[in-house]
Write a protein that binds this ligand. Structure first.
Ligand SMILES: O=C(CO)[C@H](O)[C@H](O)COP(=O)(O)O
Ligand SMILES: [Fe+2]
Length: 227
């Protein structure tokens, strides 16, 4: 499975979001993550459906929408109609996760499940046969620029083992939070393949394209070591 570098626009200049997303697209990103926060599930409020729809007009890459909202099923159809290609919902936010995941996939896009740092891997055990990706939060969701939580490395390894045991070796583990040139190789060695990076892309002295290229190089070198 190949490495994906997925810039999160959370750390971009919000007065020039279109240009920021285009810089990631032309800079070699594999997808763009849009972080949706509702002020309930997480203590922050960001962007929503109209921003996904606006970016869809300018971006051809997959739009990876990370829903940090309570009861996400209420908004799944609206985000799909706005142009999301991947919708990820938190296991902690949805009482009827299986129904929501099934619905997202029936509508023809990819469905992901996300876990907060304190949530054990077993919390998603019975949804693993039904998801297209697993998103391991490597910081507490809500803000960009936080430090990577080291104890997420064994959790990534455990989830990789659980997926492989189900014959789901094709399902990627995505990591989100504190991913930079130092942590990228370590999460890849643990089994992650999709790397979300906000501040390491948009606040990098290398520029957006340079930062994406540097992260990819570090991640691919690590992948070559483990495969
Ligand atoms: O979901 C998120 C925060 O809840 C963001 O995607 C994530 O924090 C990216 O920012 P950084 O790479 O700076 O940690
Ligand atoms: Fe995110």
């Amino acid at each position: 499975m190949s490495i994906w570098i997925v810039p999160s626009i959370l750390s971009a200049d919000f007065t020039a979001l279109g240009e920021a997303a285009q810089a990631a697209e032309s800079g070699g990103a594999d997808a763009i993550q849009i972080d949706v926060m509702d002020g309930h599930f997480v203590p922050n409020i960001t962007v929503g459906i109209p921003v996904v729809a606006a970016l869809r007009q300018r971006i051809r890459l997959p739009l990876d929408v990370h829903l940090m909202i309570e009861e996400p099923a209420r908004y799944v159809d609206a985000f799909i109609e706005a142009g999301a290609d991947i919708l990820t919902v938190h296991v902690e936010a949805d009482r009827h996760l299986h129904r929501t995941i099934q619905h997202i996939r029936q509508r023809g896009i990819k469905a992901g499940v996300a876990l907060n740092p304190a949530t054990p891997p077993e919390a998603v055990e019975y949804i693993l046969p039904d998801v297209d990706l697993v998103l391991v939060m490597t910081v507490n969701p809500g803000f960009g620029g936080q430090a990577f939580i080291e104890t997420m490395l064994p959790k990534i390894r455990r989830l990789r083992t659980m997926l492989d045991a189900l014959g789901r070796s094709d399902v990627p583990i995505e990591v989100d939070g504190g991913i930079n040139a130092e942590t990228a190789p370590r999460v890849v060695e643990a089994g992650a393949r999709w790397l979300v990076a906000g501040s390491a892309v948009y606040a990098s002295p290398l520029g957006v394209a340079g930062a994406i290229q540097h992260l990819r190089q570090r991640a691919e070198d690590a992948l070559a070591r483990v495969s």
